[in-house]
Design a protein around this ligand. Structure first.
Ligand SMILES: [Zn+2]
Length: 303
């Protein structure tokens, strides 16, 4: 049942007041003007726990179309401009990861939430912490995000239709944001600054380990030609361990992976990858033995 006993779900993200990670995080929040966070978390924890317990009631559950349900169960659903979600799609089993300083909850689908918290626990064992800053986003909320972005541009002097265009280039249109699936989460070391995330140890850790928990970095610079979305290193997508491991080992983005699944082509891709790795190893071995030969010849010359 969603949210039953969810007190523990706050643990990896916001608990452990005296750990170095927490202390560092508090300093960061102070710097960004969030001195009240610790108090707010304590105050919100009880309230949010109540919300969690009632998660099933606080979201209207609407059955998605048969096709999209089938897609979600057989392979991860791609959400994009050409494959948007219906306005009334709301994922089942949303679970709160915790409360932001502004009082809003960060929600994820339960399986993604569990995996995320497991990953956070592993990170914190390595002395690192991240905070989830955005999870499930409803169609309606995304409309608001887009409108706000356009309004800001208008306030800066842009014309309304121009502002809408510029905002749309930068912000997902409602229905085209996979955050509506409840399986993606934006992370940061600080709720207020996502910009410099790639410079952090946390990012390095995620690059190396997130797949073990079923997460991929959904939009990378080298796959922009396929995803049509600019790099978003802070945006993690839960796809399950098996798929994540496959994508990472074969350097595939979700679009490539789903195409391979649909073509029943995973085995061939895996074989290709193995052949390539073997060829690279051969190459390296040859280079090494050539170097050995050269070194021996050099030694012989010195004698
Ligand atoms: Zn995102």
């Amino acid at each position: 049942m969603a949210g039953r006993g969810t007190g523990k779900y706050f643990a990896p993200v916001y608990r452990a007041k005296k750990s170095p990670v927490k202390v560092r995080r508090i300093r960061l929040f102070k710097r960004c003007g969030f001195i009240a966070l610790a108090v707010a978390v304590a105050a919100c924890a009880i309230a949010a726990f109540q919300i969690n317990r009632n998660a099933g009631d606080s979201f209207v559950r609407v059955a998605a179309s048969e096709q999209s349900l089938a897609e979600v169960s057989s392979y991860p659903r791609i959400v994009s401009h050409s494959s948007p979600l219906p306005e009334d799609y709301v994922p089942d089993n949303l679970m709160s990861l915790g409360t932001l300083p502004n009082g809003e909850n960060v929600w994820l689908r339960a399986d993604a939430a569990e995996a995320f918290l497991e990953m956070c626990a592993a990170m914190s064992k390595d002395g690192l912490g991240i905070v989830p800053v955005r999870g499930y986003t409803s169609y309606e909320d995304q409309s608001g995000v887009l409108a706000d972005a356009a309004d800001r541009l208008v306030a800066e002097g842009a014309k309304a239709d121009e502002a809408r265009k510029i905002a749309a280039a930068d912000v997902f249109a409602p229905g085209e944001d996979e955050a509506q699936l409840g399986t993606s989460v934006d992370v940061s070391i600080d709720v207020n600054c996502v910009d410099k995330f790639t410079l952090t140890e946390q990012y390095q850790w995620i690059c190396q380990n997130a797949y073990r928990y079923g997460f991929i970095i959904r939009y990378t610079a080298d796959k922009k030609n396929i995803t049509c979305v600019s790099a978003k290193p802070w945006h993690l997508r839960y796809v399950g361990r098996e798929a994540a491991e496959f994508m990472v080992s074969c350097n595939m983005c979700l679009e490539e992976y789903v195409a391979a699944v649909k073509a029943d082509n995973l085995k061939a891709v895996e074989q290709d990858q193995a052949d390539k790795a073997e060829a690279e190893q051969d190459q390296a071995d040859k280079a090494e033995s050539a170097q050995d030969q050269a070194d021996k010849a050099k030694d012989a010359g010195h004698n």
